[in-house]
Ligand binder design. Sequence first.
Ligand SMILES: [Zn+2]
Ligand SMILES: [Zn+2]
Length: 264
Amino acid sequence: MTLQFCSFASGSSGNCYLVKTDETAILIDAGISGKRIFEGLDETGTPREQVAAILVTHEHIDHIKSLPVVTKRIPGLCVYANEATWECINRPVSEERRRYFKTGEDFYIGDLLIRPFPISHDAADPVGFSIYYKDKQVSILTDSGYVSDEIFEEILDADLLVLEANHEKEMLLFGKYPYPLKQRILGDEGHLSNVTAGECLSQIVSERPKKRRVLLGHLSRENNTPEVAMQAVRNTLEENRIYIGGELQIQVALRDCMSELYQV
Ligand SMILES: [Zn+2]
Ligand SMILES: [Zn+2]
């Protein structure tokens, strides 16, 4: 029995991740088309009736777009979000399929222990998730303007970490986005840059050396590329004498392609 993880899509155009054991499968967010989500389930050999839940990080459309179609097509599935997020979700999900968690309070879905932790983003009550099974931990941190000490503690021990590397700051600053949008993305309630992701990772690796896999996620279509994100993170790590390979595996979770199915 192992913990497995797959990114179906990650980025400003849509997000959906699968976490599963032999017994339980859950999705984190449903911000891509239902078609792509069902293809992802098929390709990872995940029977639909095994999918117990969708956990929602926050109400932005790139995270919730397909809640109605997935809940309709998988009758046993429930959708989990905190109360403030539910109030802002503008996609219909019937009351009997809604579940409410409190940010900061752990709960179980099947054999998975879930911890929603607060992040800093311009949404009602946005969260990251850590998911625990036996001695393994998967953590997802995207859509956060910065990494607070509290967030850092939540992701420090993750065996597999999805870490936002949204933009390359210069591409954003000199790009075509209007000034207020640039300010929003760069602000404390915006998104993590490549360099911030690299700095956060340097600190994690220095403080807690262990075998871990990192997937850089939620890349911007306009202000980043997978190559730029990897290079920026690699450069920042190397400034701190940390090298990718061996105990530290880093890949990019792509916007429009599934990742492999990782054994955590
Ligand atoms: Zn997002
Ligand atoms: Zn967002």
